[in-house]
Design a protein around this ligand. Structure first.
Ligand SMILES: [Zn+2]
Length: 262
């Protein structure tokens, strides 16, 4: 004789059997719950956090996560720093040695509302205006070591950075942007007055001109051409004039230039 409870259980078991549902063992149920929790957890984790990479850690930006060192961001090695030559004299980078035939179309630290910041350099142009200076030679402002030569972004175009050691021991960088052509490579020594490239338009972004900067910096960080804070930017032509160390009619070439030609 079946009790009432037994009958109910038997009926319910029969119904499950007919529907093809079997009661899972506790171990299988536990594993299934774990799997569901794991999948939900992974989905949430993926939504709230990007995968960790080496660049998330406290490491220099130049550390190559994949492939090569990025020369747009790097501190100079002790060896590179030791190779920076003394620069006893500075000359303007465009026009003649005393900057004839050149005008400054956008001076350092002028506010540019369209670009949302102060101009971090001087925009030097040939006096003909517009593209008449396209292809004109750009000169190294002083003896130095090329620490960047390349195209950091389309807006910058071709760009060169040269490190100089001033007579009073400071390391300064000169930067030449929007170039049509580059004639030097990273690691080469250049002499004041040596041709390092030519005036360009940064891939047609601007009428031809030379965006020229002077920076007090230990490493390369190209950054932007407009900023709200001066950062390491110096007044380019003002700095150059303070370091010029030559009379206006003194056109003597760099002794380093003579050495490099040999
Ligand atoms: Zn500029």
């Amino acid at each position: 004789m079946e009790s009432r409870e037994t009958r109910v259980l038997n009926v319910s078991w029969r119904i499950r059997s007919i529907r093809g549902v079997h009661k899972p063992s506790p171990q299988v149920a536990f594993a299934a719950v774990l799997a569901v929790v794991g999948i939900v957890g992974l989905v949430i984790w993926g939504k709230v956090s990007k995968p960790l990479t080496l660049q998330d850690a406290d490491v220099p930006l130049s550390l190559p996560e994949n492939g090569e060192v990025d020369p747009r961001f790097q501190f100079l090695s002790a060896f590179q720093t030791a190779r920076i030559p003394k620069a006893p004299r500075f000359d303007p980078p465009l026009g003649t040695e005393h900057s004839a035939l050149v005008y400054n179309a956008q001076k350092f630290w002028e506010m540019n509302n369209k670009r949302g910041g102060h101009h971090t350099g001087d925009d030097l142009n040939g006096i003909g205006g517009m593209n008449t200076d396209l292809g004109d030679p750009v000169f190294a402002t002083a003896d130095g070591l090329v620490i960047y030569a390349g195209e950091p972004s389309p807006g910058w175009g071709n760009l060169v950075v040269i490190a100089h050691k001033t007579a009073d021991g400071r390391t300064l960088h000169s930067m030449y942007a929007h170039l049509h052509r580059i004639r030097v490579s990273i690691g080469s020594l250049v002499a004041r007055g040596g041709k390092i490239g030519s005036v360009g338009t940064a891939n047609g972004y601007y009428p031809a001109h030379l965006h020229f900067e002077m920076r007090a910096s230990d490493g390369v960080d190209i950054g932007a051409g407009y900023a709200m804070f001066p950062l390491n930017r110096l007044d380019p032509m003002g700095t150059l004039n303070s370091l010029r160390n030559a009379a206006a009619d003194d056109l003597s070439p760099s002794p380093l230039g003579k050495l490099l030609r040999k």
